[in-house]
Write a protein that binds this ligand. Structure first.
Ligand code: BG6
Length: 482
């Protein structure tokens, strides 16, 4: 394979991989864990691809030692994983479930044994169902105190061992899919007012947890992970350039400005107020957001693709077009906000089988934008290729397309580093194959193949893909040999 020289990554750069509890653990009724919103949602007919669930997932709950040993064999410097809130507080709040604490304590110790830095995501979408039953979860401001109590429990129990904390994973995605497109729990459709309200609650939960961490003496790194889809204007027509500006305010800066500056973008807020869908805020919220913004130490970025922005007439594309969850190329519809922007396909980019554009430069663009706009260090908390992988009869998985995808993205990241962006870590999505929320098990992302399909019953055995050996070399050479 051709060897390329990437730009120099700094000493101590963290090469990692990421996962989320619901997508890998399984053991959905074990260890005293309570029910979650996802445990309930996947049981609603038609919600997930071929009705797949995370009941067993890839059985990381029982195989975490084997998985972490594989990470060590690969030389991973960091492992990003999430804690399932319902394992710690089965009812969302109240009594701590010691078995849940012990499970994550073991994972952390196992990582540390191999010098793998644990990077903990506090919330990656699985919410205790008890909080939904009690007060509709994120819809109520009551969630803020419960989230902070949960976060503080993790801070104190894993004190000294965990130095990287991610408060929320992709707040923009779980709220959009939960309250606009009905594809995630709680399955609400087009509830725009509640969408912004839920987001405000999530911002406050994040902010208060960040402040609590510092008040408790936490000296580690803390921030949120944002699903950043950078944009290009279709052309130099002013109306399309303005569509891009509007898209950026409404789809990117709405979240990143709050994390980094503690304030909402002015034009977007003005627009929401005119439409009567701006969030209600309590006295003092603005000050708390501002204080927390001064305490985060990085912007977490989950990067998969870029998009194109073009003016969208009032009768144009909506946010509710069909999403490709089957892997049948070309089945996704164009999305947009009527009267504001739409996202046509980029004719200069190739796409995955799930119609996601493949754009390594977009990753460099994200880093440049965050560096100039926020002057913050960056953690790439996710980046990867979902693909159909085939295991040969002699148990090989030749995923050269994944190697090619990651190689080009690491090159682009190296260029961002050369240009002065302070990047702390690069985590691929994912280490083992896992459940893709809406796309089942056939959309594989891992370096390690897991023997299972949509239906239960595979051996769940692990097999190293070609990309496993390739990434091992990348880590060994600190990104010099890619
Ligand atoms: C991110 C999430 O949105 O992208 C992950 O943080 C998710 O949980 C990943 O799995 C890939 O998305 P998908 O839909 O292909 O699984």
């Amino acid at each position: 394979m051709e060897q390329m020289r990437a730009a120099g990554f700094p000493e101590g750069f963290l090469w990692g991989s990421a996962s989320a509890a619901y997508q890998i653990e399984g053991g959905w009724k074990e260890g005293g864990k309570g029910m979650t919103n996802w445990d309930a949602f996947v049981r609603i007919p038609g919600k997930t691809y071929k009705a797949t669930t995370g009941d067993v997932a890839v059985d990381h709950y029982h195989r975490y030692k084997e998985d972490i040993a594989l990470m060590a064999e690969m030389g991973l410097n960091t492992y990003r994983f999430s804690v399932s809130w319902a394992r710690i507080f089965p009812e969302g709040t109240g009594e701590v479930n010691e078995e849940g604490i012990a499970f994550y304590q073991d994972i952390i110790d196992e990582c540390l044994k191999y010098n793998i830095e644990p990077m903990v995501t506090i919330y990656h979408w699985d919410l205790p169902q008890a909080l939904v039953d009690e007060y509709q979860g994120w819809e109520s401001p009551r969630i803020i105190d419960d989230y902070v109590h949960y976060a503080k429990t993790l801070f104190s129990r894993f004190d000294g061992k965990v130095k990287y904390w991610i408060t929320l994973n992709e707040q923009n995605i779980f709220t959009s899919l939960g309250w606009l497109t009905a594809q995630h729990p709680p399955g609400k459709f087009d509830d725009q007012k509640m969408f912004y309200q839920v987001n405000h609650h999530a911002f406050m939960a994040h902010a208060k947890a960040v402040l609590a961490y510092r008040q408790m003496g936490g000296k580690g790194q803390i921030g949120a992970s944002f699903a950043y889809t950078p944009s290009y204007a279709l052309d130099c027509k002013p109306i399309n350039a303005m569509a891009k500006a509007n898209y950026d305010d409404l789809k990117n800066y709405w979240w990143m400005d709050v994390y980094a500056y503690g304030r909402y973008p002015v034009a977007a807020m003005t627009y929401l107020k005119k439409k009567g869908i701006a969030p209600d805020m309590a006295d003092g919220d603005k000050e708390i957001l501002r204080q927390a913004a001064s305490q985060i130490t990085f912007m977490g970025v989950n990067y998969y693709q870029s998009c194109v922005c073009e003016y969208n007439p009032m009768d144009g594309a909506t946010p509710y077009g069909t999403m490709n969850t089957t892997g049948v190329k070309g089945s996704a519809q164009e999305l947009g906000m009527p009267g504001i922007y739409k996202n046509p396909a980029n004719p200069y980019l190739m796409t995955t089988d799930w119609d996601w554009s493949i754009d390594p430069s977009g990753l460099q663009f994200c880093c440049r934008e965050i560096t100039s706009r926020y002057a913050l260090p960056i953690v790439i908390s996710e980046n990867g290729l979902g693909a159909f992988d085939k295991k040969t009869e002699d148990d090989q998985i030749h995923d050269e397309y994944r190697i090619c995808y990651l190689k080009e993205h690491i090159k682009a990241l190296g260029e961002a580093v050369e240009e002065g962006c302070q990047v702390l870590a690069y985590c691929t999505w994912s280490f083992t194959d896992l459940l893709s929320w809406l796309n089942g098990y056939q959309k594989r992302y891992g370096f390690v193949y897991v023997d299972r399909e949509e239906e239960e019953g595979g051996t769940l055995n692990r097999f190293k893909k070609d990309s496993f050996y390739w990434y091992k070399k990348v880590i060994e050479t600190n990104g010099k040999e890619i």
